[in-house]
Design a protein around this ligand. Structure first.
Ligand code: PA5
Length: 443
């Protein structure tokens, strides 16, 4: 069976192969530290063995809950922000037919609680009016403003439209085991719940109920997703030079040390846009601290070659790219012949569209390398649950290793609190009187 693979040789014109390999022992030590649970943030590494620990009985429970929600809902609303929604959206978008939502054959999956936009919430409430819907509310703490606001609004709407008892059967909460506000509410109301373990941080939680329930609701095979992740758990915990997580962590740190401060995650399939959003949070929130860290950014090609291509080819040389390359598309379309040939493209007639896309990918990589942008490539044999599972686990463990190479705690996120503190001070939250006075004096 094929697996995802990593190619790093197009970085060696910028950092010597030797310099990258010199980091392998350090990376292996970081991996060992992760496995031993002796590094910084070691109370948040519950994700490390999650695929192996996922039992069939647990998957059956998730699937049964998903089937119940799917059964009679026109819409399933997934409420959550950051790590509590990006992974599910990444996988669902990557696997969905781009236009299936128009026909609404499955329940439509929509998202809420990932912003505070009044227009977004109004329009969502309008969409849900007189429709049967379910809610999956995901919040570890239960007090995050964005999802808490969305849940207040939509819970009331669901109860008004479907009655209290029916609403109770169509709300599922995914939250912490015992302490959080959402746990208390779910217990009071008798909602079905799943647990986010204390030792699994949001951005590492896609292979827990946080990702699995919405993905199952969207009709995708969570067993295969976990199988793929299990394979990479096995491969990426090996103490070898061939371990692609060791290679990725080492090469990106070598590039960073040589001045390449920005990593662009590149795709050639628009379905992968949210994979990049998930990856940006994973790496940005894990590594961007102590005034250090590669800035994770993303582009969708070829679309963005017509907007960002100029900068990447020719702007400041602080970039490197990691291309997610999908070997085999799921469908076939051939480039059509046209008698008039006004666009001069008949030389492509009869070729697979994917062959043109692949040559765009190869041509772009060579052009960018020539222009001073090192390129790494992660190859997915196909876009399916199994390989996405492999990719997710690979990026997660490589992130832990890479964070330790950078000498930061990859599992905390103290910086996220700053905006919340200011927002609450500006909104006069009780208990913030001193902060309110101080911030208002600055306005
Ligand atoms: O990765 C993280 O820890 C964050 O992105 C959280 O998932 C996000 O802030 C949401 O937190 P909560 O699940 O407590 O609502």
């Amino acid at each position: 069976m094929n697996h995802i693979s990593l190619q790093i040789n197009k970085a060696f014109g910028f950092v010597k192969e030797d310099e990258v390999k010199k980091l392998y022992p350090e990376a292996k030590k970081a991996l060992q530290t992760l496995k031993d649970g002796t590094g910084a943030g070691n109370d948040f590494i519950g994700w490390l063995n999650l695929p192996e620990e996922t039992t069939d009985a647990f998957l059956k429970d998730i699937q049964a809950t998903a089937d119940l929600l799917r059964h009679d809902s026109e819409v399933v609303v997934v409420i959550g922000i950051g790590g509590s929604y990006l992974g599910a959206k990444a996988v669902i978008d990557a696997l969905s037919n781009t236009f299936a939502w128009i026909e609404q054959k499955k329940p439509l999956i929509v998202y809420a609680g990932q912003n505070i936009s009044e227009d977004y919430l109004f329009e969502l409430q309008e969409l849900l009016k007189n429709k049967r819907f379910s809610i999956i509310c995901i919040s570890k703490s239960g007090t995050t403003t964005e999802p808490a606001l969305a849940f207040r609004l939509l819970k009331t709407q669901l109860e008004e439209q479907q009655g209290l008892d029916d609403a109770r059967r169509h709300i599922v909460c995914i939250t912490d085991k015992a302490r959080g506000a959402l746990r208390t509410l779910a217990t009071q109301e008798g909602y079905k719940t799943f647990v986010i373990e204390d030792n699994v941080g949001g951005r590492f939680s896609v292979l827990s109920p946080v990702g699995l329930l919405p993905i199952a609701c969207a009709g995708f095979d969570i067993k295969h997703l976990i199988e793929g992740a299990k394979t990479m758990q096995h491969e990426c915990q090996k103490d070898t030079d061939e371990n692609i997580a060791i290679q990725y962590a080492a090469v990106r740190n070598a590039l960073y040390r040589s001045g390449k401060k920005v990593e662009l995650l590149v795709n050639f399939h628009p379905k992968l846009h949210f994979v990049a959003e998930w990856w940006k949070q994973l790496y940005g929130e894990s590594e961007g601290k102590d005034h250090k860290g590669i800035f994770p950014a993303a582009v969708d090609f070829t679309t963005d070659l017509h907007s960002m291509g100029q900068y990447i080819q020719d702007g400041e040389r602080h970039l490197f790219e990691t291309v997610i390359s999908v070997q085999e598309p799921n469908h076939q379309v051939d480039f059509p012949h046209n008698d008039a040939n006004l666009d001069g493209l008949n030389f492509l007639a009869g070729k697979r569209v994917d062959e043109v896309n692949k040559m765009a990918e190869l041509g772009t990589m060579l052009a960018h390398v020539d222009g001073g942008v090192p390129n790494l490539k992660l190859v997915l044999p196909k876009l399916n649950e199994y390989y996405l599972g492999e990719m997710i686990y690979f990026f997660e463990i490589a992130c832990g290793i890479s964070g330790y190479l950078l000498e930061v705690n990859p599992f905390n996120q103290p910086g996220v609190e700053a905006y919340k503190k200011n927002m609450f001070a500006l909104l006069d939250k009780p208990g913030y009187e001193k902060e309110s006075a101080a911030i208002k004096a600055r306005l």
